[in-house]
Design a protein around this ligand. Sequence first.
Ligand SMILES: Nc1nc2c(ncn2[C@@H]2O[C@H](COP(=O)(O)OP(=O)(O)OP(=O)(O)O)[C@@H](O)[C@H]2O)c(=O)[nH]1
Ligand SMILES: [Mg+2]
Length: 254
Amino acid sequence: MLGLLFIIGTAGSGKSLFTAAFAEWLKMSKQDVAIVNLDPGVLKIPYSPDVDIRNYVDVGMVMEKYGLGPNGALILAADLIADKIDAITQEVESMDADIVLVDTPGQMELFAFRASGPYIFNELTKDPKALVYLFDAVFSLNPFNYVSNMFLSAAIYNRFFAPQVHLLSKIDLIQEEKVEQIIDWSSSVEALETSIENTLEGTKRLFSRNMMQAICQLGFQFKLMPVSSKTNEGLLDFNTCLERLLVGGNKYTY
Ligand SMILES: Nc1nc2c(ncn2[C@@H]2O[C@H](COP(=O)(O)OP(=O)(O)OP(=O)(O)O)[C@@H](O)[C@H]2O)c(=O)[nH]1
Ligand SMILES: [Mg+2]
């Protein structure tokens, strides 16, 4: 296996649909891909997973057995998944795919900010791994939200310390010039600073400016890649970036 890509982002940022769209795109390009659903609480997913965590842990049963509400049950479910990591790893390895897409749970904090998430990330096979962090384009339209999302993606980096690629998802939902502006914010500190100064006021301006500077000082930099899981725009460029990251620019499957 060449690597596992963990798709991560805030609730509703488009993780599952991106997993579905990119897996389809890879299959059409004759690449050997497998999908893992790591969300134990999801009811409907837009793809058929090759490995499904719901076959290992049933959130409904956890709620009933331990008398928990939905969030408590999801937290316990993450710990139960961690306990079964060897069996899950075996199932993933038996797929023998070149590239594995892992769709992470809806509530990002459950996966990232508890011990079980990074444990699962590290232990799910010993193959190379990367994170794909989604910035929801609709949410990222204003610089205040954009900086908040930068902060979250830096926090994710700080939890996993793994290669992290950043995508601007759902670009079909916003105007092209807005897409360009957000991409500009990601590649130029000056462009982001100018938008903060021009469009924000008071505490929001101060917070955004200081937060942006703090994140830049940490050396956490990335250029967002625009994608749409509805139109498939940007998937080719994203794949080229992945090929560079995983196999020095070659194809995954021959
Ligand atoms: N127009 C458009 N809608 C999208 C795109 N990606 C996702 N959506 C929609 O956004 C909503 C959330 O998408 P999901 O893929 O379920 O997002 P998620 O991050 O997996 O959501 P949770 O797992 O519940 O946190 C759905 O209604 C999708 O159809 C996109 O590229 N374009
Ligand atoms: Mg999802």
